[in-house]
Design a protein around this ligand. Structure first.
Ligand code: THG
Length: 371
């Protein structure tokens, strides 16, 4: 388990609309995400993991803030910030997209939701996309309006998500396709329901559109979920590593570019629309990347995980990269990790040495996802 420290709260550290509920339901650790407290454990990382993998869980992911982009140039603008081709993105659909700067550096990796022809939400990871996009729009002089609306996602994740979702909303939710969404309400609480979520256990995300009604929404779901044994949980480090979900700020950042990650599906370098990183990414593609993000299986005793600072990785006694996320997988009974390594030592089966807090360990480059 990663080290815990006390945190002094103030206005600057934002509270989610579900904050009171998460404390009442036993949140035992918080992190900060987009300047907002986000619970990261209840019973503990391993117990929370089994609740997610075996049953159904409710997550406060209000820290996944929305950046709303509207105006006559809004479609042109969202195309401009990502190498992903958004020309087929329908109203009512979301797509995962990598936001890049002029060097191809990764600014963020949001889901982009198309609410109307000319109105989008970027459902962001932990970096200041509001400031980046506002600055960029101002520099371009385009007709776009950018702000953070009062919208706070809550996730329902786990294999038993559907009976609960049917009880709450009706069977129409069964027809929502992966990453598509519908606007609806629950007891008059305005929501968007999307089939998505940061796990591979299946589920939905409810985007609450009235921050005053967070605890009410939480209680409605908890009451309906009781008969299914719903548990509070959160984005789970073990499950997301097993599943090959990368974390901005941990596994990628502005120093990385999307060609270093297994993001082929999300990069159409020759897309029709103009985008800011086209020249940079085409140059990198032509010359070849220097680094690759790979999976590692690490020998030796199990560890609970956490990775507060990158762990050094060696090949033939010289540093060849850094380990950025690690966990013990209870299903695989293996220590698994993501690492950024020199492209020359990134092939499957490559043997490397990792400097862990418990000493040097042998590791093998492995495929992602692990499960
Ligand atoms: N949901 C919402 N907002 C978010 C996240 C989320 N904002 C922050 C963070 N998560 C954004 N990052 C991701 C990363 C991966 C995925 C979603 C958001 C994801 N990826 C799948 C994959 O890689 O296999 C599917 C991608 C695809 O095929 O399009 O789900 O979780 N609201």
């Amino acid at each position: 388990m990663a080290e815990k420290i006390a945190l002094t709260l103030s206005n600057r550290i934002r509270k989610s609309p579900y904050y009171k509920s998460t404390k009442r339901y036993g949140a035992s650790a918080f992190s900060i995400y987009n300047h907002m407290l986000m619970p990261v454990a209840y019973e503990g990382p391993v117990a929370d993991y089994w609740n997610l993998v075996n049953n159904v869980t409710i997550w406060d992911v209000a820290g996944e803030r929305q950046v709303e982009i509207s105006g006559s140039d809004s479609y042109r603008f969202v195309e401009f910030i990502t190498p992903r081709d958004l020309s087929e993105l329908k109203v009512g659909q979301g797509k995962y997209a990598i936001i890049t700067d002029e060097n191809g550096g990764i600014i963020n990796d949001p889901i982009i939701l198309r609410l109307e022809e000319k109105r989008f939400w970027l459902s962001i990871a932990d970096s200041d996309v509001l400031l980046w996009t506002k600055g960029l729009a101002r520099g371009l002089g385009w007709d776009v309006n950018i702000h953070e609306p009062d919208v706070s996602p809550l996730a329902i994740q786990g294999p038993n998500n559907l009976p609960l979702m049917n009880d709450l909303f009706g069977s129409w939710v069964n027809d929502i396709k992966y990453f598509f969404f519908k606007e609806t309400e629950l007891n008059g609480i305005p929501l968007i329901v999307q089939r998505s979520g940061w796990s591979k256990q299946g589920g939905f995300e409810l985007y609450l559109m009235d921050g005053a009604r967070g605890d009410e929404l939480w209680d409605l779901i908890m009451q309906a979920g009781m008969k299914y044994g719903i548990k509070p949980a959160s984005p789970n480090n073990i499950e997301r590593i097993e599943s090959g979900l990368f974390s901005w700020g941990n596994d990628m950042n502005i120093e990385s570019n999307p060609l270093e990650l297994p993001f082929e599906k999300f990069c159409q370098l020759d897309k029709n629309a103009d985008y800011i990183s086209r020249d940079a990414l085409k140059k990198i593609a032509l010359e070849g990347v220097k680094n690759k993000v790979v999976g590692l299986i690490i020998d030796g005793d199990s560890f609970v995980g956490g990775c507060e600072n990158p762990w050094k990785i060696y090949s033939n006694n010289s540093i060849c990269g850094k380990l950025t996320s690690a966990a013990y997988s209870p299903r695989l009974k293996l220590n698994i990790a993501f690492a950024t390594v020199d492209v020359n030592v990134s092939s499957l089966g490559e043997k490397l040495t990792v400097e862990t807090p418990w000493g040097l360990r042998e590791a093998t480059v492995s495929r992602i996802p692990f499960i």
